[in-house]
Design a protein around this ligand. Structure first.
Ligand code: ATP
Ligand code: MG
Length: 305
């Protein structure tokens, strides 16, 4: 049956099934090579127009759920996006969240740390940006950079002003552990935590970088530094795999999303968010009898005037 004709409950179920193959809840058995960046779950490029239609319906479904999330004002939702450059983080955020009321959504992009950031522990700047209850907070990059770019370029660690005796071999395992603990704390306090790794292949990244050079409207997106990072591709893939293995949990899962086809990436991300919001059994707050009577009195006043 068409997605359009399904009830909300059935749409949520469909989203759960669709996103499940990419969800990692138990790191121990995870291997990055198990996920093909070009995977489209057997959908062909002829299905692309249909996929776009379904995404539009997904966006509407998400907007309806977010409206209830906001009205209920109990849960917060934290969506973390990590990826190599040009994997499509920005476009995915833009498209998937396009129907959501801007008042209920906050996006933060984390770049290299400032001098003020470096005067604190690495979580400090992220904790300041955590979503309020009733809101969806999006981290475009996050504290996970601390076990990715900082691990690949260890000289960055030296600039973090840590007491030297704390900078030892076990620091990466300690960071994984601290991240797991912080996420557990957030979940226990009513934040839903979903983490997305947009998994692009080296060949597709190269194509997208070349497109940024060829198209004047994309020139601004190209950076020589990004191209240089390609030289560390293998180190990054290893760091991503280790990070996912160490921090994928049932309460704060990773989604490893094939990212060579943007239309497919967006579908999986939208489905995963709908699944998570659907599981909260959101509802508009019910009005008690006294308030109901007040509303009726207000109606009477309005009708008289
Ligand atoms: P886009 O390229 O699509 O505009 P982006 O997220 O790549 O988005 P950039 O300004 O290109 O944004 O890059 C941000 C850079 O900041 C990345 O290279 C990332 O690795 C780096 N960065 C983020 N957090 C940290 C951190 N904690 N320590 C060091 N570098 C970091
Ligand atoms: Mg960049």
């Amino acid at each position: 049956m068409d997605f359009a004709e399904l009830s909300l409950k059935k749409r949520i179920k469909r989203c759960r099934d669709f996103s499940a193959p990419y969800r990692v809840v138990d790191g121990d058995s995870f291997k990055l090579s198990d996920i093909d960046p070009a995977d489209t779950a057997k959908l062909e490029s002829e299905d692309k127009p249909k996929a776009k239609e379904v995404l539009q319906l997904g966006v509407e479904t998400l907007a309806a759920l977010q409206d209830q999330l906001y009205a209920q004002d109990r849960w917060s939702v934290l969506l973390i996006f990590q990826a190599m450059d040009a994997a499509g983080k920005d476009g995915t955020i833009k498209h998937v969240m396009s129907g959501v009321n801007p008042q209920g959504c906050q996006v933060y992009s984390f770049k290299g740390p400032s001098a003020e950031d470096l005067d604190h522990d690495y979580m400090w700047r992220c904790i300041k940006c955590l979503p309020e209850r009733g809101r969806i907070g999006i981290f475009n990059r996050s504290y996970y950079e601390e076990v990715l770019v900082v691990k690949v370029h260890e000289d960055m660690l030296a600039r973090q002003k840590l007491p030297p005796q704390l900078v030892r071999k076990s620091i990466w395992d300690e960071r994984y552990q601290d991240i797991r603990n912080i996420e557990r704390y957030l979940v226990r306090n009513g934040t839903v935590v979903l983490k997305f790794f947009l998994h692009v292949s080296a060949e597709e990244q190269k194509k997208r970088f070349l497109a940024r050079l060829d198209d004047p409207s994309k020139n601004w997106k190209f950076s020589m530094a990004d191209a240089r990072e390609r030289g560390f591709w293998k180190d990054y893939q290893k760091a991503y795999e280790q990070m996912i293995r160490a921090t994928a949990t049932k309460r704060a899962p990773w989604y490893v999303v094939p990212a060579d086809n943007k239309w497919f990436t967006r579908l999986v991300v939208a489905a995963a968010i709908i699944d998570a919001l659907g599981a909260l059994e959101l509802a508009y707050p019910e009005v008690d009898a006294a308030t109901m009577a007040e509303l009726e009195a207000a109606r009477a006043v309005l009708e008289q005037g």
